[in-house]
Design a protein around this ligand. Structure first.
Ligand code: NAD
Length: 252
């Protein structure tokens, strides 16, 4: 796919990886529908998309809410006149151990902790993928692309039962959708970042941050642009579908 003038929805575009993905695709001439929960963050991403040479528009939407997601895709098609792809990037963490025994006391991951992550990281991806595919098929676009942002944690991760399950799920959804949607010329893919230099990492204690970096064969953190490059590869390579690209400095 040549990204010039293509209409792409990027969720979680207000900061971090989502902002990096939105601006890199905009730099290739795409029109980005930027989705997030914070208006100021969204306005800044839209500004950066325009500065990069593309276009952008802000949509305040909670991806875990079906009614809001359906309206989002209606609005994007009404505003831009088409739809060529979605990057399902919004995500949260609510880490905790499944079961912890300390001083004779047992604590567990709560159902709320589980459900909050599943709602955003798994159901949100399902809803946006479904609505994007339905619109692209209805519009009869020549080629459509759906990219789900997974994680290294999809292999299983200490203290992340909820997050790992969701991230394995979105990689599996990309593979299922590749099989179902190829007949409509819709390709899919997933990107699994390792440890990327975002606000969350910047806020860590220096020793913890150094330990994290020490485990990476390349001995440095990834930048949001590295993840954006993997996303762009999936959009641009017309023989790619259904697979997950680990972009983790060799960590896995
Ligand atoms: P971040 O917290 O900086 O950004 C996530 C964005 O998603 C935020 O702007 C947030 O407001 C938005 N968001 C959260 N819930 C939402 C909802 N219900 N509806 C709409 N938007 C919502 O995170 P990040 O580090 O940029 O991560 C982006 C994605 O990459 C996430 O899916 C994350 O799991 C994944 N990931 C990140 C890393 C990393 O090292 N940063 C590693 C692996 C995977």
């Amino acid at each position: 796919m040549n990204l010039k003038d293509k209409v792409i929805v990027v969720t979680g575009a207000g900061r971090g990886l989502g902002r990096g993905i939105a601006t890199l695709l905009a730099g290739k001439g795409a029109k980005i529908a930027c989705v997030d929960l914070n208006q100021d963050d969204l306005n800044e991403t839209v500004r950066q998309c325009q500065a990069a040479g593309g276009d952008g528009k802000a949509y305040l939407v909670n991806v875990a809410r079906e009614d809001e997601v359906v309206k989002l895709f209606d609005d994007v098609v009404a505003d831009f006149g088409s739809l060529h792809g979605v990057v399902n990037n919004s995500g949260i963490t609510r880490d905790g151990l499944l079961v912890k025994a300390k001083d004779g006391e047992i604590t567990t991951m709560s159902l709320q902790q589980w459900q909050a992550v599943i709602d955003v990281n798994l159901t949100g991806v399902f809803l946006c993928g479904r609505e994007a595919a339905a619109r692209m098929i209805k519009l009869g676009v020549e080629e459509g692309v759906i990219v789900n942002i997974s994680s290294l944690a999809r292999q299983g991760s200490f203290g992340q039962t909820n997050y790992s399950a969701a991230k394995a799920g979105v990689a599996a959804m990309a593979e299922s959708w590749a099989k179902e949607l190829a007949r409509y010329n819709i390709r899919t893919g997933a990107v699994a970042p390792g440890t990327i230099n975002t606000d969350m990492i910047a806020a860590m204690k220096p020793e913890a941050r150094d330990r994290l970096i020490g485990a990476v064969p390349l001995k440095r953190l990834g930048e949001p642009e590295h993840i954006a490059m993997s996303v762009a590869f999936i959009f641009e390579n017309s023989y790619f579908t259904g697979r997950c690209i680990d972009t983790d400095g060799g960590l896995r």
